[in-house]
Design a protein around this ligand. Structure first.
Ligand code: SF4
Length: 82
């Protein structure tokens, strides 16, 4: 079995709501995966996400590293990476 980040439905988007400052950059970059909630902080749209450049970019552009993308099966961080 592959554990590649490209596995369909194999990713989990997490938002650290303490770190999130509500810039909206992630929601603009990956609107299918992330939205801003009523309190102005980001929330994942779905329990599982598929790998995409937009999602990776969203995690990489977050100024506070509040948005992270993980392999759902293991929790391994896949974005942002140094
Ligand atoms: S880019 Fe980061 S700080 Fe800005 S809304 Fe998204 S998670 Fe929050």
């Amino acid at each position: 079995m592959s554990t590649a980040a490209g596995d369909a439905g194999g990713l989990e988007v997490r938002v650290d709501r303490i770190r999130c400052v509500g810039t909206g950059l992630c929601a603009a970059a990956a609107p299918a995966d992330v939205q801003l909630g009523p309190d102005g902080r980001a929330v994942p749209r779905h329990a599982r996400a598929e790998a995409s450049e937009r999602l990776t970019e969203a995690a990489e552009m977050c100024p506070t590293e509040a948005l992270t993308v993980h392999l759902a099966a293991t929790g391994e961080l896949v974005a942002p990476l140094d």
